[in-house]
Design a protein around this ligand. Structure first.
Ligand SMILES: [Fe+2]
Ligand SMILES: [Fe+2]
Length: 139
């Protein structure tokens, strides 16, 4: 089973899988940050940025392909996060404090997954546009 808590799963297979990978990189980043392993953190940040870009592009291409009504607002949230990621990434003070970076990413993801991504997932599933993933059993 993945790292996504059940309240962050959206039941769309590709979204849950990609979110899970992003969380996996964040967890690794947090561990390396705790160990003050700066070069590993740098590599993980690169990995995270690449995966975030690919994931956002994946969601956005589906939204525009199928005419999702919330496409613009959703894509704007992605763009803001990507911008923030660039700024944080280039800010040496924050790169020296990767734990704060990780906390900031996790907070954003929890919010975005629980709200915008959940709404998108429900819409995609209601239209039968994507395969569902089996929800994890809690408890
Ligand atoms: Fe997402
Ligand atoms: Fe999204």
């Amino acid at each position: 089973m993945g790292l996504l808590s059940s309240d962050l799963q959206v039941a769309v297979a590709f979204m849950d899988a990609e979110h899970n990978e992003l969380i996996r990189v964040l967890v690794a980043l947090e561990e390396r940050a705790a160990a003050h392993d700066r070069s590993a953190c740098q590599g993980l940040l690169d990995d995270f940025r690449t995966r975030v870009d690919a994931h956002f592009a994946h969601e956005e291409s589906l939204m525009s392909k199928h005419g999702y009504p919330g496409t613009r607002a959703h894509a704007e949230q992605h763009a803001l996060f990507a911008q923030r990621l660039e700024v944080l990434y280039e800010d040496p003070v924050l790169v020296l404090a990767p734990r704060q970076l990780v906390e900031c990413f996790q907070a954003w993801f929890a919010l975005h997954l629980a709200d915008s991504d959940r709404r998108l997932a429900q819409w995609l599933l209601a239209q039968n546009l994507v395969p569902t993933s089996t929800p994890a059993r809690s408890g």
